[in-house]
Design a protein around this ligand. Sequence first.
Ligand code: NAI
Length: 329
Amino acid sequence: MKITFFDTKPYDKPWFTRLAPEYNCEIRFLDYHLNADTASFADSEVVCAFVNDVIDEAAINVLSEKGVKLIALRCAGYNNVNLKAAQGKLRIVRVPEYSPAAVAEHAAALMLSVNRKIHRAYSRTKENNFNINGLIGFDLIGKTIGIIGTGKIGKVFANICKGFGMAVIAYDPYPAEDFSGEYLPLDELFQKSDIISLHCPLNPQTRHMINSQTIGSMKEQAIIINTSRGGLIDTKALIDSLKSKKLYGAGLDVYEEEADYFFEDFSADIIADDDLARLLTFPNVVLTSHQAFFTEEAMEAIARVTLESVRAFSQNKELINEITYKKEQ
Ligand code: NAI
């Protein structure tokens, strides 16, 4: 089976190249994003895409005309795909789970860094500055973590937080039976949490769930952690609340307009996105570039599950990781 692999990163290649023969796959790696302009470069029945590819109706139409039958997303989230437009034209699979621990542990890393100002301490000691003024944090033990979305990642994150001795409260419209924290309505969660961590999908209901009104209802000096999707947070409202010192800080692995910047090196460039540039000026914001998934275990699982889906497709077998418009409803 041939695969046109869009938006290839240097770290993708070794994993997929190593496993491809095992799954009888031949991969053509392309560096650029998949979108309506680049879709015509697909020359195989299977296309492999990533989080910031724009798989809208126009891209889907071009892919379909080129004979593409399957888009294999090498990620869990699929908010970048127009499932309705894909209906009847091509099939979509994703990797629903690769390492929930990878993302949950990164959320914990962000929480600790923001609280204990590890990023600032690191810069200081690198400059032989061993002064600790301004680096004071707070104990996590006894504090309340509010988890929004208690799916695979949210549950692992809850257990990590319990390990710190935190009180765990959560909101999820579909509560999990095996979740041991206390479920509360969303407005109560906002009022009671010292730290809020987002682990729900981005969809029309959740877009900008963190906005000026919900931030206003939070405790003074709350911390917001987002390893889910940038669009969950209204960035301008976040910036305002950081400027007014309402929040203690934010740990962000995702950003609303990340597609233009994340995963690329702009160190010799000017950042034209004023909101991103502003966020980077805050000493109490730790921003990572959508790397929460990025562990060896997760990369191996992503490559395997993606190639297993391609093999199942080539053998006309059931696609267990298929996502369809109907399922989304
Ligand atoms: P999951 O599907 O297992 O869990 C999502 C949970 O969110 C479900 O329990 C669902 O009921 C809940 N939910 C749905 N609508 C909600 C709402 N309006 N409010 C609160 N909760 C709601 O997904 P999983 O694997 O835990 O992933 C969570 C998110 O993490 C994904 O949607 C994805 O965007 C993000 N992610 C980020 C990665 C990164 O590298 N930064 C890597 C993998 C996933």
